[in-house]
Design a protein around this ligand. Structure first.
Ligand code: UD1
Length: 325
């Protein structure tokens, strides 16, 4: 992709009003790029885009990213240089309850966008995939070469979308970058369901001086990555000159246990009630960890926010407060 020769590169971000989307839009705007955001506000919030919407380089279209009648004119008008496709059904439990919706949001929309990219000569599509594609039995740390074993409709659709996009890459030369996010956390993550990200729930409860519940012994570990780093990764994948189509872990390579997280919370919220312990959740995995080296090699990307720093920023953010989890 040669950005210098393009008159005025414009990027499309689907799911722009979501947790990761809004941070990614802000990163792109800070670099001086023009962005068109699309969101149907099903799980995204306009509030998340309060800063972005004050930029003259940003416009927002309230539409479903899979509504071709709404999206095609945007491709026609803007001749996008790249698409960051984040719009999704984000809840794994919901994908079990609503498999048809999961199919549409997590697979079919990627196909629609890829075909529009080909038709309108938009060279690059960056897709939000998930570490969930590895399943529970892959060797740790997860490497992209591992045989994927999805355990949910959500993970299966993400994997299918990867395969389809990489098929378009091989067949038509689309640059398809599939980013497998590990446990992303940070400001604006919705804590309102018991199955929301654990750090969004813990933060919301600590901020209201409520006890948190640890399912299991607290020794389970995750590869938590700050949304700031994820936004930068998305932006770099979308705008850098050279990419190699493929699947890439977006992770830190560091395992953090819930007990370690709790110790940091206790410093941030001295006087908080002690954590309560409950039996492990069915289907929970004990450890998840990614190998970040492929993305490092392609984009020279590595996570820069330490876990303690990222948790502090989340704890000081006041937007989690007041929600009833
Ligand atoms: C993530 C997904 C989950 C999916 C799984 C496998 C999210 C938010 N969760 O789960 O839907 O099935 O990957 O792909 O995307 N925990 C507590 N207390 C709480 C909440 C959670 O102890 O109040 C524990 C959980 O039991 C788990 C750990 O914290 O052991 C992390 O939970 P979570 O944030 O849901 O992430 P994953 O388990 O990785």
């Amino acid at each position: 992709m040669n950005l210098e020769n393009d008159m005025a590169p414009v990027f499309l971000v689907t799911g722009a009003a979501g947790f990761i989307g809004s941070h990614s839009v802000e990163w792109l705007l800070r670099q001086g790029w023009a962005v068109v955001g699309v969101d149907n506000l099903r799980t995204g919030h306009l509030d998340n885009l309060a800063d972005a919407r004050s930029s003259p380089n940003f416009s927002l279209v309230i539409a479903d990213a899979g509504d071709e009648a709404a999206i095609r004119p945007l491709f026609q008008e803007h001749h996008f240089t790249g698409v960051l496709h984040l719009a999704a059904l984000v809840s794994v439990p919901e994908s079990f309850r609503e498999p048809d919706l999961n199919y549409r949001l997590n697979l079919a929309i990627a196909d629609t966008l890829a075909r529009l990219c080909l038709e309108f000569e938009c060279k690059r599509l960056v897709f939000a995939s998930s570490a969930a594609v590895y399943g529970t039995s892959a060797a740790l740390p997860n490497r992209e070469s591992a045989f994927p074993q999805p355990q949910s409709p959500y993970a299966a659709a993400k994997l299918a979308a990867e395969v389809m996009l990489l098929g378009y890459a091989a067949s038509y030369g689309l640059e398809a970058v599939c980013l497998r996010y590990f446990n992303v956390y940070g400001p604006r993550q919705d804590p309102s369901s018991p199955y929301s990200g654990v750090l969004s729930i813990f933060t919301s409860r600590f901020q209201r001086s409520l006890p948190v519940t640890i399912y299991g012994d607290g020794e389970q570990t995750r590869d938590f990555i700050s949304v700031r780093d994820v936004a930068r990764c998305n932006g770099q994948a979308l705008t850098c000159q050279e990419v190699v189509s493929g699947r890439y872990n977006v992770c830190t390579g560091q395992a953090v246990s819930l007990k370690q997280a709790l110790a940091i919370y206790q410093e941030l919220f001295p006087g908080a009630p002690p954590a309560e312990f409950a039996p492990s959740r069915i289907g929970d995995i004990q450890h998840s960890l990614g190998d970040p080296s492929s993305l490092q090699a392609m984009l020279q990307f590595s996570a820069q926010t330490s876990f303690a720093q990222g948790l502090r920023e989340l704890a000081l953010d006041n937007r989690c407060g007041g929600l009833d989890v």
